[in-house]
Design a protein around this ligand. Sequence first.
Ligand code: HEM
Length: 380
Amino acid sequence: MDAQTDPRTEYDRLLHAGCPVQRQADGSWLVSGHAEVVAAATDPQTFSSAVSRFLQVPNGLDGDEHARYRRVVDSFMTSQQVDALQEGCQRIADQVVEDLPRGQRLDVVSDLGAPFAVKAQCHWLGWPARIEPVLVDWMADNQRATAARDDAALAEVAERFDAIVGEQVAARRRGESPDDVTGQLARATVETADGGQQPLNDAEVVSILRNWTAGDLGSLAVCLGVLVYSVAVAPELQQELREIAADLPGRRDDFDRAIDELLRIDDPFLSNRRVTTREVELGGQQLPAGERVVLAWTGANRDRRVFPDPDHHDPQGHAAQNLVYGIGPHVCPGRELATMELRVVLTALLRGTTNITPDGTGDRNDAPLGGWAEVPVVLD
Ligand code: HEM
């Protein structure tokens, strides 16, 4: 496996050298200490999320405006809604796993993660099966453009995505599609600053859907790559998870905590950005107002001051400090949905096989993407 591009190597080095907050070559501040990431993420007055010139609902909003839009987003991801989706997602996962070849090399990210993520997302949002291949292509192009930090390509994939989603929203506006989640979102209202209600406009609906898609498609496929890689290279852990999976739903919490812990050890959701609104001291550094800040979840999740042996798998002991889904007002609203989706697909894989073994070296994503671009395994 390629340690060169493993971002954890650099985060571990910085923390080992006692640099939880470090100025980077591009002028931004890399915050990778656990206490420092928590301090910044829970102080949104000082560390603003308004980092982009594009509309980002709700992640680019601050304060009261963020809270009002966040309530809309949260109302689509309650425990009951996630529970109601589980059966359909399990069916999709079982089918995708059944279709995988046995006894020959396959890539977890493109052969399992991407098709499952796209089908599960279309099932959730009520999007037609005909756009599944369009979304799979879009995901691959988006990954390539992100990895290459190619602005022109990024603008093109962003436009293409807005067109795909815009078409779905327009169909709901014309009343063409049934009362699915996309239709409910298109008709949703948001509180106004003076306590009234106003409908979401098209740009807001598309921005929210873009955010959900980034979480659902991109993150889910890379998280799955990390999970399957982790169990493929650790037969004892694989056996332990097989036993827990055989005892579901009774041991659901044990399974979910084990997933969270594997993602903490190798967190593929590397970082989020902030900008300082005033001069502030953080981790022994003085940051002026208007500075760009990178909150490195992956680094914080391996800080030895909190996790003395960061690679040690301790789902119970490490749960309270785990930052995979963030912390503070922007903490991931999709956590339950993501956990359910990861659970159903990993259990489908464990139940549908007797052995998952690595096949040669995998390929890590290049920053700013984390996790694996390719995880070759053989299923038996
Ligand atoms: C698959 C694994 C996932 C991981 C590791 C993950 C991680 C995170 C993290 C760390 C944040 C905090 C961002 C910040 O503080 O700036 C976040 C925010 C967010 N996530 Fe997730 N996420 C995942 C899946 C999802 C899913 C499935 C959805 C929705 C379908 C989702 C939707 C969002 C949204 C909308 C925000 C912004 C929240 C806000 O600004 O208030 N995520 N996620």
